[in-house]
Design a protein around this ligand. Structure first.
Ligand SMILES: Nc1ncnc2c1ncn2[C@@H]1O[C@H](COP(=O)(O)OP(=O)(O)OP(=O)(O)O)[C@@H](O)[C@H]1O
Ligand SMILES: [Mg+2]
Length: 279
């Protein structure tokens, strides 16, 4: 990390995939100002799987939307691969960042294949037949057979919908993947399957992943680091083992409550994120 280099180039240190410095998010209404983030700092290196945790309304989704370029912070610096997301343009953004939205609905009137091919067709990067070929490859990459390509979203299980949405997020091979509650609403078995898929894709594609999750099994299974949002900033970003020992009331409740104790048994075994070749 060279300070002189960053002094010469105003653009952030590009060895970080995501670099957030002193970020503020303030929503202003007629009567009041509402501060969501205040001096928030977070730096995410290539290849990390970082989980964002925090209470409801602490601005996790907002942060992902800012990384994707759908929202602009009120103040501070945010760069993705060395560039502010607003400088990337629609096509640039899609080829750098893929996102699985919290309520990641598919277009209900489009088939599975049309959903996956949608970003390519919309940006007109490829002739349609090649866009559909690429979509078929992605369908198989997320573990679905080609026979599902013509199905409509209403004919899919919850786990399949998540997989199709993931295929769509990855259609332009972005190096950075954002996941907002990827396993919410899935039964334990589908959730487990989706978690394994994410782990394999992370390894095979060398992705950097930023994930918001309330699912502690998923969190301990996948995260190389956990960043905790509280007091309008990231209070700690460290390995799961370190984070659970950090002294803060939110962390105490979140990880050491009954639900947390159960999931933390996973921590007794070496972190899956670092030893996943074993399974
Ligand atoms: N466009 C907006 N205008 C005003 N307030 C907003 C806007 N977008 C988000 N907020 C507020 O910012 C706060 C953070 O919202 P956000 O959706 O990022 O929270 P979250 O951490 O993802 O919560 P959850 O865990 O419930 O999904 C909320 O209080 C929300 O009401
Ligand atoms: Mg949210």
């Amino acid at each position: 990390m060279s300070h002189s280099a960053s002094a010469m180039a105003p653009v952030a240190d590009d060895s970080a995939v995501v670099d957030i410095r002193d970020l503020w998010t303030v929503y202003t209404s007629a009567e009041a100002e509402f501060v969501v983030h205040k001096n928030l700092n977070l730096r995410i290196a290539r290849g990390e799987v970082i989980s964002l945790v925090g209470g409801s309304g602490t601005g996790k989704t907002t942060l992902l939307r800012q990384i994707l370029g759908l929202e602009t912070p009120s103040r501070g610096q945010l760069t993705v691969l060395g560039q502010p997301p607003s400088h990337m343009g629609q096509r640039g953004a899609a080829s750098r960042v893929g996102m699985l939205f919290q309520h990641g609905a598919l277009f209900s009137a489009f088939s599975v294949l049309d959903n996956i091919a949608f970003p390519l067709r919309e940006l007109k990067t490829l002739p349609d037949d090649l866009a559909y070929d690429a979509a078929l490859v992605k369908l198989q990459m997320v573990g679905l057979e080609a026979k599902h390509a013509s199905k409509m979203p209403s004919d899919l299980s919850g786990g399949m919908v998540k997989r199709v949405a993931l295929a769509r997020a990855l259609i332009m091979d972005p190096p950075l993947l954002l996941l907002d509650e990827p396993t919410a609403g899935l039964d334990p078995e589908s959730s487990d399957g989706f978690c394994k898929l994410l782990r394999n894709l992370h390894q095979e594609l060398g992705l950097t992943v930023v994930m918001v999750t309330h699912d502690l099994d998923t969190l301990f299974e996948l995260s190389t680091r956990v960043a905790v949002l509280a007091e309008q900033r990231v209070i700690v970003a460290a390995s799961p083992q370190e984070v659970v020992r950090y002294q803060h009331p939110f962390i105490q409740d979140y990880f050491w409550g009954e639900r947390g104790q159960r999931a933390m048994q996973l921590l007794q075994t070496p972190s899956a994120a670092t030893s996943s070749a074993a399974t």
